[in-house]
Design a protein around this ligand. Structure first.
Ligand code: NAP
Length: 461
């Protein structure tokens, strides 16, 4: 491929990546965003493979075959609720690839000056992201202990390891021809790998999705550095987009969960504090049958559905659509209140509801739904828990204090579908369940919503 054609291919791919990110911003255009991103990646890969420096294809084909043999089943077999750990695995291998390319360039070219600087950054970030992401995936999958492991002077130990790695990198840049490079480079890789592990050890499983987003950002920055090493502008652009979007997403998630961003960077958070547990043990919750719930829904004018992790676990989204259609046909105004961190990944609820063809204009962001919640006759909570817990507004001792929530307790009636009074992700009780206006609808979300929908005609009679 001529260099002009290659440049054009890369420019087109870069433009498609930017458009993809833009379109991924709203559910209405998200599918288009995914397609456009995939086409951009295809252009980037094909363009690179047709570069005149590539002379043999057998190893590339073998790698494509092996990668697809792992990746394709992974995409189909992993449930939606396991997407955070699957994403962590993707980052781990992307970062490993960057580190390996850096190592290959180091031993092949022995670059100097700026290129050596970029190479050490690439290898440092790539290596620490590799082990950090594997640890994060292990914690999320509960293969590794999910509780934070802390010890005295942990931050000092971590900083010493990082400083030693940076010192190796600086020495490699300052005197790349020195005989010490024989051990400096492996030492840099080794220290970065250890740092990746140590970075994740003090972070609890509860905050792992935020950390994964941050590791995504590190992997992106490693790709930028790789772009400088290989003098590949597309890698720089794609890496910068990846790095900055991961960083922005981490900040958004921290805000949505009221976490301090420095805590994400320095660990030791995510502990479940048992403080609030037990305080409400004596209270009783009122439960209702599908028939009773259907009668109330049928009489309502405005209903807010608040989906959460339990809806994803039960795969209830299609039954929720049936309920939405049945109620809409009966003249009920049904809207969906979406909390930014409902479920286990950002956008989790939007993806599920879009899959079930719920109209996008019915999905309201938290702020918009909260301003209308006092007018709602019913807030129907389906498998959500923490994101509706009023303790976040007033209980200073609660681990979720300060986290913005969907104000379902301000609706006239609250109905909560879940299987028991068990806590959610944060491990704390929810005072909502014991309020006079709340009806607990005990059962699996899919089965209960389905039963309620079936009861609707009878309720109208
Ligand atoms: P949640 O607080 O984890 O609660 C989910 C509830 O669903 C559970 O209490 C559970 O109660 C119920 N449930 C489970 N399976 C069910 C089924 N088959 N049918 C019906 N109910 C079922 O979920 P959330 O309200 O969506 O809150 C998300 C939490 O994840 C927040 O604490 C958030 O900070 C955290 N988080 C989210 C993200 C993100 O990006 N989205 C990232 C990091 C952390 P039962 O067992 O009684 O059924």
């Amino acid at each position: 491929m001529s260099s002009q054609l290659l440049s054009l291919t890369y420019i087109a791919a870069a433009a498609l990546f930017i458009l993809s990110l833009k379109w991924l911003n709203t559910p209405a255009t998200a599918r288009r965003g995914v397609w456009v991103g995939e086409i951009g990646m295809l252009l980037a890969v094909v363009g690179t493979l047709l570069r005149h420096e590539v002379v043999e294809y057998q190893w590339i084909l073998a790698a494509i075959f092996l990668g697809s043999a792992v990746g394709v089943p992974l995409a189909y077999l992993m449930p939606m609720t396991a997407v955070p750990q699957r994403t962590a695995l993707s980052h781990a291998f992307g970062a490993l690839a960057a580190a390996l390319v850096g190592a290959a360039e180091f031993y092949r070219e022995r670059p100097h000056g700026f290129a050596m600087g970029a190479l050490t950054i690439e290898v440092l970030l790539g290596s620490l992201t590799f082990t950090g992401s594997l640890m994060a995936a292990g914690k999320l999958q509960e293969i590794l202990p999910t509780r934070p492991i802390t010890y005295r002077n942990q931050n000092v130990v971590n900083l010493v390891i990082l400083a030693a790695a940076v010192a190796c990198a600086v020495m490699l840049v300052v005197s790349p021809a020195s005989p010490a490079t024989a051990w400096l480079f492996p030492a840099l890789v080794g220290l970065a790998l250890v740092f990746g592990v140590m970075l994740i050890v003090p972070i609890g499983g509860a905050d792992m999705p935020t950390v994964i987003s941050l590791l995504n950002s590190y992997a992106g920055m490693s790709a930028v550095a790789m772009g400088f090493v290989l003098n590949n502008k597309l890698l720089m652009i794609a890496g910068a987009l990846d790095g900055s979007s991961g960083f922005i997403l981490s900040i958004i998630m921290c805000r949505a969960m009221n976490r301090s961003f420095t805590n994400v960077l320095f660990g030791a958070f995510g502990q479940v504090q048992p403080a609030a547990a037990g305080a409400v043990e004596q209270r009783t919750a009122r439960s209702a049958t599908p028939e009773e719930a259907a009668a109330i829904l049928d009489a309502a004018r405005l209903v807010f559905v608040v989906p959460g992790y339990g809806m994803a676990v039960a795969q209830a989204q299609h039954k929720v659509r049936d309920l939405y259609e049945a109620l809409t046909r009966r003249g009920v105004d049904v809207r969906f209140a979406i909390h930014p961190v409902a479920g286990r990944m950002p956008g989790h609820m939007n993806v599920l509801l879009a899959e079930a063809d719920i109209p996008y204009d019915k999905l309201l962001e938290m702020e918009d739904s909260n301003s209308e919640m006092p007018q709602a006759d019913v807030a129907l909570v389906i498998g959500a828990n923490d994101v509706t817990n009023p303790a976040a507004r007033h209980d200073h001792s609660s681990p979720i204090y300060g986290m913005p929530i969907i104000d379902v307790d301000k609706a006239h009636t609250v109905m909560v579908i879940k299987r028991s009074l068990s806590p959610g992700f944060a491990g704390i009780d929810n005072e909502l369940y014991y309020m006079d206006k709340t009806m607990m609808l005990f059962g699996d979300a899919k089965a209960f919503v389905s039963a309620m929908t079936k009861e609707l005609p009878a309720a109208a009679a």
